[in-house]
Design a protein around this ligand. Sequence first.
Ligand code: G3I
Length: 561
Amino acid sequence: MPPSSPQRSRSRRSLALAALFGLLATLLLYATPADASAALRQHAAARGRFIGTALATGPLASETAYRDLAAAEFNQVTPENALKWDATEPSQGQFSFGGADAIVSFAAQNDQQVHGHTLVWHNQTPGWVQSLGATAMRSAMQNHISQVVGRYASNPAVVSWDVVNEVFDDNGNLRASFWYNTLGQSYIADAFRAARAADPDARLCINDYNTEGINAKSTALYNLVSSLRQQGVPVDCVGFQSHLAIQYGFPGQMQQNLQRFADLGVQVRITELDVRMVMPRDATKDATQATYYRDVVNACLAVTACAGITIWGFTDKYSWVPDTFSGQGAALIYDQSYQRKPAYTAVHDALAGGTVTDTTPPTTPGTPAASGVTVSTATLTWTASTDSGGSGLAGYIVYREQGATDPELGRGTGTSLTLTGLSAATQYQVYVRARDGAGNLSPASATVTFTTATGGGSGGGCSAAGTVQSQWSTGYVVQPVTVTNTGTATINGWTVTFTLPAGHALTGSWNATLTVAGQTVTARSLAYNATLAPGATATFGFQASRPSGDTATPSGYTCAS
Ligand code: G3I
């Protein structure tokens, strides 16, 4: 089913015609699909998509290199902060559009479309809004939308808006924000109706994070969009933020997830793509990061209703990641000195990868056999898949069978993979899926079950203890979690498990790889802190969110080696 499109005005229609001629011209100019010298925006346009970046007002005003790359490489921009409520209406009725106007005018000069981010959010909204009673808050929201959207309604560069942002919490329940607590769920429909009234031609989006793959939260979003549209609420588009991290694995079934939303009749788009890593950066992490960028672009390209991809900034010099996730960073496609990273090439080559869309998945891999099982490792071997869809076999992913969401244990390009960082004395049931160059995943192979060896003798070879370093009403930082080798022999790899209280969710971590199953968190050592002599210690840390006012903190730290 095609994406819905709101009524377009005459000016927008002529813009669309101009864009169509531009597209045809671009197709003629770039008939060779993989022209390495062409910019990202030229390849994206040839595929009928946008490739965008978030823009920050500071460097846009002060740095030529920033301006030049933003103009040359992207055909879409999203103001990173300049259109948020704290920037546009810091005091009631006092509007300020300096930063937003600068970005809109830059975009207009460079033939870039602008996506307005964001009208109604629980963050970066001034205290005066949050303290209003229900009637006053609803009318403040409607007035804000009317003023902000209305200001750009006749500007052909501004084509779409994030009307509401992050209305779900990490468990897929409607977030208990001040909006929800004061107005109830109806604020969402009211916000969309106000935006449609302010600009009948703009495309209106709902935007969220951790909704890229098929999971409980994306299913909750899917159900909400479906029900809003059934009620006639003007939701035209769904944005998938896509703040990914190489240590947490690639979202499961991303293309299929985008497609199920598209089948509701909405446009879909990747709105805030970045792929962070635990620092320091190295060539292996860069290469993995590049595959994530490639796979996101390919997932979008494989879905007709996916309009394009916005990267959340383009240079590591200006990224929100290190300020929020201590010890993590390097999430973007240019480094701090504006040099292209492998991720740039991956985005470029995916966008340039020809005009035939491959939607045929590879065949199912053979049942894996497990060998060489140790305390923390196991080697799997299977027979190869084949791919006939055109994009070619790109590799394999090994998953652990665990119920609703199966975590990824590793990926590689050959038909054998050694899994590392496994927990001692633990049964694993695993399967393999093949992946092609367009991101299509094969059906799952049959599973194999193995149990890792027992380590450290009775009582274990290590212990773990966590210290709450700081906390606030809605979250806390645990730093350090200290892991001690309590045995008499050197250990090569440790695994710490602990329990998050109900309603808490992990928001960041450092110095270990953390995975979450239900409320149980498993932290695995990294290469540089895996080896501990008797008596030696290693530390890692993490950050979590919790329901406002809850004072509980994690418990049950247990170490295995
Ligand atoms: O402008 C002030 C400056 O005057 C002050 O000196 C400085 C001191 O901290 O803060 C500056 O404001 C910061 C602002 O970015 C502009 O740089 C805020 O502290 C900082 O919190 C804010 O962070 C933004 C974050 O949203 C806040 O929620 C990030 O730049 C922005 O990338 C990030 O974007 C969000 C999306 O809107 C929604 N999805 C998630 C995404 C990442 O968190």
